[in-house]
Every structure is written in structure tokens, then in C-alpha cells.
Design a protein around this ligand. Structure first.
Ligand SMILES: [Zn+2]
Length: 355
């Protein structure tokens, strides 16, 4: 045997049905990835929207594959045809503010009964590939490194954790949301990695929790760009956040985009939603009468910004430009949203096959 492809690699120390004919001792391979290898990490942000973070994940897997290949060559040189009890260590070596990764693969080189090697494709029930093992190790290291300070994670590390399907990601999301402002790309990456229904639930759950305007803006972007709009949840939000105009305005901005999929149920839901929008934005201007010089009464309205002298016929406040419901001209007003929702409803009646 002289092809490294034929060298069997396993993390187990024994292989069912395989007779170890000879032990050659421990073999190891080291691959060090310098900072230059990782230098384009931060430049790879645009990869998020296309196909994940190619840079980081690719580099890590390439380095691991390199280490395992080197290990196989070590085995061949000894005349072995397998390496058992394989482990991979990933160490971060840092100094002078820079860090490098050192990946070490090691195991015991042996000669297995030829029959086993040839049949291993069919009998790999208790085998695990080096890549799987390496992923688990990498996952543990990343979690260990970041659980106390998840914000220090780079976006590539974040994506890598998503690829590794770390269940703890949910905790990181919570933490991000609540304590430090939203990280938009991370939210996109996470929402894209979970089921559609789960990402809808997540989007609206965060919507409920968010308090800052910047957070709400990010959530709105995620909901719109990923088409997570949900009418039932929008109705609930309008009701539960009845005292937060900022939340309610954000709901309006999300419902003026179509949903991902419509069914005939949506026609009734749209009626409910339109009714809820109508009821959710009362006039907040305070009207009062003022006696003019000639004893003539003049009707005025006081804006939410506390400008008191707006004439009753003025649509917008002369100080802040808001209308009697608290909307500026360029914003999505309840009226605009209702118009849009009604158009959707009419269009559904025309286009749904069973209407
Ligand atoms: Zn005003």
C-alpha cells in the first residue's frame, strides 16, 4: 500500500472485526495557521448573505484536512495501513496581540488485517471520521472561549458556530439582544440557519423584547428581508404594545411587505389586522379652544412634542412635523398600511385558486 487515501483513520482504539497485526507507535502531525491565513476574516462579511462565511470555515477545514493527510503519510512511511485512537487538538497560540492556531493530529499507527480495510466501507458502523471529531473539538473550544464574552466573537466565528449547529447559540442570541444592541449580520446568519417557522417565532419574540429604536429597526430589516411577516403575531404586538408608538410604527413598516406564502385563511386574518391597525393609533393631539382678540374662538391642537399652537386645520405640527396621530409625512401611517393591506386582500381574492 502506498496511497494515503487507503489509510484508515479512526478515533476508536479497537475496530470491531478487525485484527491488529502490528503496532507502530504514535504518529503525529502539526499544522500552524498564522495570522495571515485569517487576515481576510473581517473582509469576508459580504459572504454572509451569499453562502455563509466561506473564509473561516474553509480555512479551518483545510487545515484539519491537511493535518489528517500528514498523519496518513506518517503512517505509510512506517508501513502501517491505519491510524487508530486519532484525536485532533486545536490550540490557540497568542502573543503580541496576534493569535495563531495550531492543529495537532495524533494517533497510533497500526497494520490492520487487509480484509477489514477492504470492507470498511460497508462496516463502518462504529467509525467516526476525523472531521466529525475535529468539529466537536472545535465546537467545544469556541464555546469555551466565548461563553463569558460572546460579543468578542468575530462574525466568522459566529458563522462557524452556526455551521457546527451549537445548541447554545440561542443563549448567545439572547445575550446579544438584551445587553448590547443588535448585531445585524449575526441575526441574519442565525435566522437563516434555523427552520422558517422558528425564525418567524424568533423575529417576533425579539420584536416583543426590543426597546430601543435601533433594535426595532434591525428587527424590522430582518423580518422584511427574510420575509418573516406574520399577521397573527402583528395583531398581538399591536395589542400588547399599545402604549409604545415606536413598536406600533415598526409593525406598520413590516406589514407593508408581502408574506412568504398566502392561503385563503389570510383573507380573514387580514380583516382582523386591518381592524386592529384602525384601532391602534388613536389621535394623540389634544384639542383646545382659545379666545382670539375679538372674542372669536379659535380651535388649536397640542402635539406630542408639546407645541400647543397648531391650528386645527394644520395636518402637521409646526414644530416637529408630526400629525395628530404622531406620524411624520414620510413615515408609514396607519392609513397607508391599511391601503396596502386592503390591496393584498383584494389581490388574494383574485389570485388564490379556490376563491
Ligand atoms: Zn410637534
Amino acid at each position: 500500500m502506498n496511497n494515503y487515501m487507503d489509510v484508515l483513520i479512526t478515533t476508536s482504539s479497537t475496530l470491531d472485526g478487525a485484527k491488529i497485526k502490528q503496532y507502530f507507535g504514535i504518529v503525529s502531525a502539526h499544522v500552524v495557521a498564522g495570522t495571515n491565513v485569517f487576515s481576510d476574516f473581517t473582509a469576508g462579511l459580504s459572504d454572509f448573505f451569499g453562502g455563509r462565511s466561506a473564509t473561516y470555515a474553509d480555512q479551518i477545514s483545510r487545515i484539519k484536512a491537511q493535518a489528517l493527510t500528514d498523519l496518513k503519510y506518517e503512517a505509510i512511511e512506517l508501513g502501517a495501513n491505519a491510524v487508530i485512537s486519532v484525536s485532533i487538538d486545536v490550540d490557540e497560540v497568542s502573543g503580541g496581540g496576534k493569535s495563531m492556531f495550531m492543529i495537532t493530529a495524533y494517533g497510533t499507527a497500526v497494520t490492520l488485517d487487509r480484509v477489514y480495510i477492504e470492507n470498511s466501507e460497508d462496516t463502518k458502523t462504529d467509525l467516526v471520521t476525523g472531521n466529525v471529531v475535529a468539529d466537536v473539538i472545535e465546537k467545544r473550544i469556541l464555546i469555551e472561549q466565548h461563553k463569558s464574552a460572546p460579543l468578542e466573537m468575530t462574525n466568522d466565528e459566529w458563522c462557524r458556530l452556526l455551521e457546527l449547529e451549537v445548541p447554545e447559540m440561542g443563549d448567545f442570541i439572547e445575550w446579544e439582544m438584551i445587553s448590547s444592541g443588535l448585531k445585524e449580520e449575526r441575526l441574519f446568519a442565525y435566522a437563516a440557519s434555523i427552520d422558517f417557522d422558528d425564525s418567524v417565532a424568533l423575529g417576533y419574540q425579539l420584536f416583543e423584547k426590543a426597546s430601543k429604536e435601533s433594535e426595532l429597526r434591525t428587527i424590522q430589516k430582518v423580518i422584511n428581508k427574510m420575509v418573516l411577516v406574520d399577521y397573527h403575531r402583528s395583531i398581538s404586538l399591536l395589542k400588547s404594545k399599545s402604549d409604545s408608538l415606536t413598536h406600533k410604527k415598526t409593525v406598520l413598516n413590516t406589514i407593508i411587505k408581502p408574506k412568504r406564502l398566502y392561503s385563503s385563511d389570510d383573507i380573514n386574518t387580514l380583516n382582523d389586522l386591518i381592524g386592529t391597525v384602525e384601532a391602534s393609533f388613536p389621535t394623540i393631539a389634544v384639542f383646545r379652544k382659545k379666545k382670539g382678540l375679538l372674542g372669536k374662538e379659535k380651535e388649536l391642537w397640542e402635539c406630542m412634542c408639546s407645541q400647543k399652537e397648531n391650528d386645527v386645520d394644520d395636518s402637521f405640527c409646526k414644530s416637529c412635523g408630526r400629525d395628530k396621530q404622531g406620524f411624520k409625512a414620510e413615515e408609514t401611517t396607519p392609513k397607508k398600511a391599511i391601503k396596502y393591506l386592503s390591496m393584498i386582500k383584494e389581490t388574494l381574492k383574485e389570485t388564490l385558486p379556490n376563491q
